[in-house]
Design a protein around this ligand. Structure first.
Ligand code: FVH
Length: 272
């Protein structure tokens, strides 16, 4: 049995720790602020260093890159040979710099990105991206699998963060669109629940794959998707939003796509 420590008992750290305990692992936890370990059935370490030294694998899940640096910096010289998996959200640059810094102390290090929210941890759709040495991934994946399906993103320590950031961008695009849609229907006295179930959900289900498959690095819109027509429709949507009294800031996603359509039209004209 692999022993695992979880550093950070926020909503996500607690969910990860609970999944590992439920799977029968011997789990040690540490949190900056004491008292967040209640009901987990894990051992509690008195310090971050004690937590890392207590287990074969130490999983770090804190707020951000700065909090990881703050936690690890004072103890890094004592961590040579330890295996640390950092699942804290960060940018690709932060992930690469952190990897370079911590491996400089002889730490065996994997970076990660959690593609789950606390209540979907340990459920079927949840997965976690890992990047760094393949052999480290192969070593930790079976033990960490109870948290969420492990998926390797490459040797480059920045890739898990990169894919995480990019996937979150996709999700937040949907967040912006869904909130704006509901706000718009509500502003005009529409039936929000009927709209949500009978219009928005089936429309998004129909469109999701098409939008994902059609996205390109250049932002070019294929001729059959008629960028000219879409630019006109997008401007109408932005105008409709203003006419309905919805705050202009809620239409940022529409403005972004309108800008993309106009650029695609300009490029197509230039290349004609
Ligand atoms: N929750 C979610 O939906 C998302 C899903 C995808 C992945 N994210 C990322 O996971 C990281 C942790 O998120 P979280 O939900 O656990 O966040 P919080 O509940 O706010 O807990 C934050 C923990 O970080 C500790 N902490 C904050 N600052 C420091 C610091 N300077 N030194 C040491 N620890 C620090 C905090 O400790 P405390 O405030 O209780 O003492 C919590 O344990 C995150 O990167 C998400 O983006 C979650």
């Amino acid at each position: 049995m692999t022993t695992i420590s979880i550093l950070g008992l926020g909503a996500m750290g607690r969910a990860l720790a609970a999944a590992l305990v439920n799977a029968g692992h011997d789990v040690t936890v540490w949190n900056r602020t004491p008292g967040k370990d209640g009901g987990l059935g894990a051992r509690t370490a008195a310090s971050a260093q004690e937590a890392i030294e207590a287990s074969d694998i130490a999983v770090v899940c804190l707020l951000d890159d700065a909090s990881v640096r703050e936690t690890l910096a004072p103890i890094a010289p004592n961590l040579s040979g330890r295996l640390i998996v950092n699942l804290t959200n960060g940018s690709a640059r932060q992930a690469r710099e952190l990897a370079k810094w911590i491996t400089g102390y002889g730490v065996r290090y994997l970076a990660g990105g959690i593609m789950a929210v606390p209540f979907t941890v340990a459920t079927e759709g949840a997965f976690i991206l890992y990047s760094g040495p393949r052999e480290l991934f192969d070593e930790v994946a079976p033990a960490l699998a109870p948290m969420a399906r492990p998926q390797w993103a490459g040797e480059d320590h920045g890739f898990a963060a990169l894919y995480d950031m990019a996937a979150l961008s996709g999700m937040y695009g949907i967040t912006a669109g869904a909130h704006h849609a509901i706000r718009l229907v509500h502003a005009e006295g529409g039936d929000v629940e009927a709209f949500r179930q009978d219009v928005l959900r089936p429309w998004m289900d129909q469109m999701l794959s098409i939008q994902i498959d059609g996205a390109t690095p250049s932002g070019a819109i294929p001729a059959e998707f008629n960028a000219q027509m879409q630019a006109v429709a997008l401007q109408t949507m932005i105008d409709n939003s203003a006419e309905s009294g919805v705050a202009e800031t809620m239409t940022g996603h529409l403005s972004a796509v309108l800008w993309m359509m106009r650029r695609s039209i300009e490029n197509a004209e230039r290349n004609r």
